[in-house]
Write a protein that binds this ligand. Sequence first.
Ligand code: R5P
Length: 301
Amino acid sequence: MGWSASRGGAAGRLYAFEDSLRLAADLGAVDGLAVARVTVHRFPDRETLVRVPCPVGPAAVLVRSLADPNGKLVETALAADALRRAGARRVTLVAPYLPYMRQDAVFRPGEPVSQRVVGAWLAELFDSVLTVEAHLHRIRRLAEVVSPGSVSISAAPVLAEWVGAGGAAPLVVGPDEESEPWVKAIARRAKTPWVVGRKRRQSDRTVRVEFPPLPGGARAVLVDDIASSGATLAAAARALRRAGVRTVDAAVVHALFAPGALARIRAAGVRRIVSCDTIPHRTNAIRTAPLLADALRGRSK
Ligand code: R5P
């Protein structure tokens, strides 16, 4: 993909790796910004060479969702350098999914705080980072760990829209206490009741979720920022079904879905599972481009 009718604007042109082209095109379409493809050559020794199409203007926006992050982080760093060497004076990273944000403390002696490490690295490379619903449970703002001006955009408005479009007000359910402000924000917008559970994680794939006595209702929508192993949604769905909820649907922001996750969630009785398009996945049903475009536009004013 080369340049199409290009309107760079102060927000800058969009550059995207192959795996994020669709999201970048959707984002570009909102404001008529063209998308240029960043290419990756893999050498026999498995090093990579990244190339950005030239010429590059003074402001560049690199779009890359960073699920399955390790290799992508290196390529993204190389692209930031390439964009600057080709002329960009300001480089913004739009990473609809930002990894390593859950590793935000030393949970056991001997561990790093990966959130800080990855945040500091991105801060060196990018003038700012835009993401959707970063997992920020121990800090309030993304800019505390990445570059100043970096923003995590709430997905609550688009999730609330999806919840509201599904008919008679369902019970909106968060699986853990940490999710309460977010769940409340979704429920307030969708004009529905809400509840959060109490979660205990015993291992990567073993989770227990309990709920207080539930208000009556035939349908619940489980919401969560991330579904990885699927254990959280599955445990929450089982608890809801035990409590007599007839229909459980689930809407998540980041569809990481490790192998077996969807089957685990469905086996727990979830009827429909949808996700935002921050990570390309067959459950994607909720667009985030309008949210990202607003945020990009905001920073060009
Ligand atoms: C944790 O605090 C997050 O909000 C998610 O609930 C969690 O990351 C989901 O992971 P899994 O699908 O592996 O249970």
